[in-house]
Write a protein that binds this ligand. Structure first.
Ligand SMILES: [Zn+2]
Length: 339
């Protein structure tokens, strides 16, 4: 990864690059901004630039030296990543078998203590130890208070990078100890260009970029996966019993995964409504089934479905249980359609 590869965040890039170039690096940064705009990418690129082995500081990170590659692979001793168990699990960094009980959605005080212990040693290989905490708003209050002590007396040659889409959830004392770097939504044109590079036809890329609300991850998640997912959802909605619906809720029980499913169903519901009213579906690859399905459904059932989507998405944003909320959405929609 190179600084130049980070699209749409020029201000944030120039702040962090400038800090390294002037050797005036703050001991803690709060990288704040919506989901999917490149906060973690920025953090990892900073970690590489701070530890890249090539001579010319202006060309760091090179992306090729052992340090850059180690950081990219996630096995570099001086870059320590702290995240909740649920996130480690979702990224395949641990397996269910490694856990006792339900994976925690919080970063807990023991996690922060373990980090502080590792930070108390000198850098093993690099010039600067990096402690990436993501998402920082998953630190529970005790963990934040413990982290605060480390932030107040930071170990030498260490930079904390706190990543958060919801920085207001952090204690003001934590926020005030960090230099805040705000990332904005990525311009639509840049998201579209990225999709085109990935082989999406230009018109479709523009449409998807328009729906992505400035989020790369949202735009990318929409590719292909939605079609499969929504076909499975429609199958479960028309199945004779509830088993398939329960399977979908189980498979996407993590809150973020549940939110993605609910958002996909929400977009799909809008398409069904638009198609029923004689318009054209935005999810073009599903337009034929939208026409077919909306033709068979009562407008009242679809409006009920849209209202249910909104309620479930809201509940998930309020920390609702992923599996239960998806069950509510899928079983509720089955009821409405049987109305
Ligand atoms: Zn390098």
């Amino acid at each position: 990864m190179r600084w130049e590869d980070i699209s749409g965040q020029e201000r944030a890039v120039s702040l962090l690059r400038g800090a390294l170039a002037r050797e005036h690096v703050h001991h803690a940064y709060l990288l704040a901004g919506p989901e999917g705009v490149g906060k973690e990418l920025l953090a990892r690129t900073f970690a590489q630039a701070a530890n890249c082995e090539i001579e010319d500081p202006a060309a760091r990170p090179c992306g090729r030296c052992p340090s850059c590659r180690g950081i990219e692979r996630g096995n570099y001793p001086d870059v320590m990543v702290t995240m909740p168990q649920s996130e480690l699990l979702a990224r395949g960094l641990i397996s269910r078998a490694d856990l006792e009980g339900v994976p925690s959605r919080e970063i807990r005080v023991d996690d922060v203590r373990a980090l502080a212990r590792r930070l108390s040693f000198a850098a093993l290989r690099g010039r600067r130890k990096i402690a990436l905490v993501t998402p920082a708003d998953s630190l529970n209050e005790r963990a934040q208070n413990t982290l605060l002590k480390t932030l107040e007396e930071p170990p030498p040659a260490t930079t904390f990078l706190l990543v958060s889409a919801n920085p207001d959830a952090l204690l003001p004392t934590i926020r005030s100890r960090c230099a805040r770097i705000q990332l904005g939504p990525v311009p639509e044109a840049m998201i579209a260009a990225r999709l085109v590079r990935d082989g999406v036809p230009e018109l479709e890329a523009r449409e998807r970029a328009a729906r992505a609300q400035g989020s790369f991850s949202r735009a990318l998640a929409a590719q292909g996966e939605w079609r499969e997912l929504l076909e499975a959802v429609e199958g479960a909605l028309s199945a004779p019993d509830e088993r398939e619906a329960m399977d979908i809720a189980d498979a996407h029980g993590e809150r973020d995964a549940a939110l993605e499913v609910a958002e996909a169903i929400d977009a799909w519901t809008r398409d069904l409504l638009v198609t029923q009213a004689g318009g054209t579906a935005e999810l073009r690859e599903l337009a034929a089934s939208a026409l077919d399905i909306s033709g068979r459904l009562a407008p009242r059932a679809l409006l009920g479905q849209a209202a249910l989507c909104a309620e479930v998405i809201e509940a998930l944003h309020q920390n609702g249980n992923g599996r239960l909320q998806l069950e509510r959405l899928l079983l509720g929609t089955r009821e409405l359609r049987r109305g």
